[in-house]
Design a protein around this ligand. Structure first.
Ligand SMILES: O=C(O)CCC(=O)C(=O)O
Length: 301
C-alpha cells in the first residue's frame, strides 16, 4: 500500500496529523499510549524473563547476555522473539490498542514479522550503531515499521532510540564493510554525510510508543544512567509487503495476519534494497553483530 492509500482509510487511534507526520518524517512518538493495566502485565512478564535468564551462563538464540551476566546479577542485552516466550507479549502486539495504531500506519490489513526486547541494562547497556532495519529483512515495499514500547520512563542518559527525520526517504545504505563482512551498521563515510545535528532522541514516560519506518536511519547511545531501559520492539507490515529473505528472528507467528485479511497481490516498491547474509544458519543479535562477536557473516558471492 502507498502512503496515500493508507491515509485514505479512516484513522482508528491516531490523528490524521500524526499519520501525515509519520509519512513525512519517518517516525512517531506517542507519549503515554499504554494504560496502567497493560504496563503492569508487560512489566510482570519482563520480570519472568529476567528470572529465566538467571539459569543461563552464555547467550543462545533467545537470550543475549551482556558481559558480566550472572545468576545473582542478571544483565540481559536482548530476549529475541519475545512474543514466543510469553503470551502477554503476543496479546499486546496482536490484540490490544497497539494493533489499531499500527493499522493507522500500514493500512487495515496488518501482518506480524518479528519481535524482541532490548534491555540496555543500567550503567553500560550497549550502544546500537546507526543502521536501517530494511537491509536486515527486506520486503517488496516499505509499509514495514518497528514499534517500540518503553516499559519504564526513558530519559536522555538511558540510551533512547534516536532517529533522523526524513532519512527514510533517502537511500538504503551499505551494511557490509569494505571486505564485504556484514556489520549491521552504516559505514563511517556514510555516517559522516548524515545530518546528525538533526537527530531526534525519542525520550518518553513509561507507556510511550515509538514508531519508525524500516528505511529510517536509527540507533541509540549506551545507557549511562543507573536505571534500565527495557524497550519492547515489534516489527509489523502491511499484508501486501512480502519478505524475500530468511527472517533473522524465527517465530511461530511469522507472517501471521493479526488484523484484516491476507493480501492477494504483493505491492512492489521499485527502489533497490540490500540483500543480507543468509540467516537460515542462525542469527545472534544486532548487539553481538555490531560488536563483532563471533564470525562475521559474509555477503553472498
Ligand atoms: O534498542 C535500541 O536502542 C535500538 C534497537 C534497534 O534499532 C534494533 O534492535 O534494530
Amino acid at each position: 500500500m502507498t502512503p496515500d492509500q493508507i491515509l485514505s482509510f479512516k484513522p482508528n487511534v491516531l490523528t490524521q496529523k500524526q499519520r501525515e507526520s509519520y509519512f513525512e518524517n519517518g517516525y512517531l512518538l506517542v507519549e503515554r499510549f499504554l494504560d496502567d493495566a497493560w504496563l503492569k502485565r508487560l512489566r510482570a512478564a519482563v520480570a519472568r524473563q529476567v528470572e529465566h535468564s538467571r539459569a543461563y551462563t552464555q547467550s543462545d538464540a533467545i537470550f543475549d547476555l551482556e558481559p558480566g551476566h550472572t545468576a545473582e546479577t542478571p544483565r540481559l542485552r536482548r530476549v529475541s522473539s519475545i512474543n514466543d516466550q510469553d503470551t502477554v507479549f503476543w496479546d499486546y502486539c496482536a490484540k490490544s490498542p497497539l494493533t489499531e495504531l499500527i493499522a493507522d500506519l500500514v493500512g487495515p490489513d496488518v501482518k506480524f514479522h518479528q519481535s524482541k526486547l532490548n534491555f540496555k541494562w543500567a550503567k553500560g547497556g550497549a550502544e546500537v550503531k546507526w543502521h536501517q532495519d530494511a537491509p536486515f529483512f527486506p520486503h517488496t515495499n516499505d509499509a514495514v515499521l518497528t514499534v517500540g514500547t518503553y516499559l519504564h520512563d526513558c530519559g536522555m542518559d538511558q540510551g533512547p532510540l534516536k532517529v533522523i527525520p526524513g532519512a527514510h526517504r533517502g537511500p538504503i545504505y551499505d551494511h557490509y564493510d569494505a571486505q564485504e563482512n556484514w556489520t549491521g551498521a552504516l559505514r563511517n563515510e556514510d555516517i559522516e554525510r548524515l545530518p546528525l545535528e538533526r537527530a531526534v532522541a525519542l525520550c518518553g514516560p513509561a507507556g510511550s510508543i515509538t514508531v519508525h519506518n524500516y528505511r529510517m536511519v536509527h540507533g541509540s547511545e549506551p545507557n549511562r544512567s543507573d536505571l534500565g531501559r527495557p524497550l519492547l520492539l515489534n516489527v509489523l507490515s502491511a499484508a501486501d509487503a512480502m519478505p524475500y529473505t530468511y527472517n533473522p528472528l524465527s517465530t511461530r507467528y511469522y507472517q501471521q495476519v493479526i488484523r484484516g485479511k491476507p493480501a492477494k497481490w504483493a505491492h512492489h516498491d521499485p527502489r533497490p534494497n540490500l540483500i543480507p547474509p543468509d540467516w537460515s544458519g542462525g542469527y545472534t543479535s544486532i548487539f553481538a553483530i555490531q560488536k563483532g562477536e563471533g564470525d562475521k557473516p559474509k555477503a553472498a558471492e
